[in-house]
Ligand binder design. Structure first.
Ligand SMILES: *Cc1c(COP(=O)(O)O)cnc(C)c1O
Length: 410
């Protein structure tokens, strides 16, 4: 049971010292882990022309984006704001893929003006795009492959009833619109969901694109999206990236032979690159026994980490001063006035008020989904890089909470 990795430091910098210097709650990221994850994908796919487009929405701090760039990857942005963050981090606009869902045409125009590749996700948008730009601006099409995949329906995006992409069953209409509007389609894209385990599922998705691709003579790339699963607890399976790399790149190679030209393969991992790099360090405010359950109330909640309540996600939690302890059973709960269980029925060492708890896998969809619910302030973010812990986002202050409020004289 205690085989799971429970670090108390990153690159020699102790969590204790990070809490002392920056306070709690605090998100801490191991920069080395992020760049290593990028490398593991690069090596798994071997020699094919591969482009990794990190899904910015997983963790969008500009410094994290800079590390991604340093590791040789580009980004996928789902909003014009993420495009701008990417540009601030130093990405050239041709390294940015823009994959919005149902945004206004004004936002699409803004993206074109900035020079990023637009991923078209509806037939009406294809028409509008074609009317305005014709073949002058190359674009990509997001296909919905009708594959139900992903850990949970909320994060499954490629099934028939999903709002995302253009149904593969509308292929004829897609081709008609391309012809009518003289669109220049250089990429085909799918993203079927998050927490996808099997190489076979990735292969199935890729094959839908490879087959459809024969109808698109101008392609430069095939984008297979993200969704690689990472382990959140001992015994959890995770995507075997080596196996996915070998199978998908072999299929891609033979596809390129059939297609008659060497294309690029694009991937958009989010969680896989940053989940394990992140830790949310929190402090126990109170230990409270009720008739059946002992609660540890901590100085965070669903306002900072919504995954447990939103997706029933499991995050490992341990006490910093006794990582392997399992003598007591607790429900670790947040301070929000709403049920916000972070971890239920967990065996930890004895916890006292003031102790630091570590919440694992907090890199992806942690801070980026944080809010000010209950008028709480969002935490600080710290990056450990080259053996040094540095603040990369200040803890919010009360002024931040009210700065956009317009107070009337009532
Ligand atoms: C969210 C998203 C991803 C990343 O998903 P992960 O499960 O974090 O890998 C990739 N592509 C698109 C278009 C997305 O919206």
């Amino acid at each position: 049971m205690s085989s799971i990795f429970k670090p108390t430091e990153i690159q020699g910098v102790s969590f204790q010292s990070i809490c002392q210097e920056f306070g709690t709650p605090v998100y801490v990221y191991d920069g080395e882990k992020i760049t290593n994850q990028v490398k593991s994908i690069q090596s798994a796919f071997g020699e094919i022309p591969l482009k990794i487009k990190y899904a910015t929405k997983a963790l969008s701090n500009i410094n994290i984006l800079k590390l991604i760039k340093k590791a040789g990857a580009g980004i996928d942005a789902v909003s014009i704001e993420e495009v701008r963050l990417g540009m601030m981090a130093g990405f050239q606009t041709d390294e940015i893929m823009y994959t919005p869902s149902g945004v206004s045409f004004e936002e699409i125009e803004e993206a074109v003006e900035l020079g990023v590749m637009v991923n078209l996700d509806s037939i009406p948008l294809m028409r509008q795009f074609g009317e305005k730009y014709g073949s002058s601006v190359p674009a990509c099409i997001r296909i919905n492959p009708h594959i139900l995949a992903g850990g949970n329906l909320k994060i499954s995006t490629g099934h028939k009833a999903s709002k995302f992409g253009i149904s593969i069953s509308l292929l004829d209409e897609i081709l008609t619109v391309i012809k009518e509007k003289d669109l220049n389609i250089v990429g085909l894209h799918i993203h079927t969901g998050s927490d996808i385990l099997d190489a076979e599922i990735f292969l199935k998705g890729a094959n839908v694109l490879f087959e459809a691709a024969q109808n698109f003579p101008n392609l430069k790339f095939i984008d297979c999206g993200g969704g690689f699963k990472v382990a959140y607890k001992a015994g959890d399976p995770s995507t075997d990236i080596q196996e996915v790399g070998e199978k998908v790149s072999a299929a891609f190679r033979s596809f390129c032979d059939r297609y008659g030209r060497q294309l690029e393969l694009w991937l958009e991992p989010g969680k896989f690159l940053v989940s394990e790099s992140g830790f949310l360090l929190v402090k126990a405010n109170v230990v409270k026994a009720s008739s059946e359950i002992t609660f540890v109330g901590v100085d965070t909640g669903l306002n900072h980490l919504i995954r447990p309540m939103m997706y029933d996600a499991y995050h490992d939690v341990y006490a910093l001063n006794d990582p392997e302890g399992e003598s007591e059973q607790y429900n670790v709960v947040g301070y929000i006035c709403e049920t916000d269980t972070i971890a239920a029925e967990r065996k930890l060492g004895k916890v006292s008020a003031g102790d630091i708890l570590v919440i694992k896998n907090a890199g992806a969809y942690g801070f980026s989904m944080a809010s000010n619910y209950n008028s709480r302030l969002r935490p600080a973010e710290v990056l450990v890089w080259n053996g040094k812990a540095q603040l990369i986002r200040k803890r919010e202050e009360f002024e931040d909470l009210i700065k956009n409020q317009v107070v009337l004289d009532l």
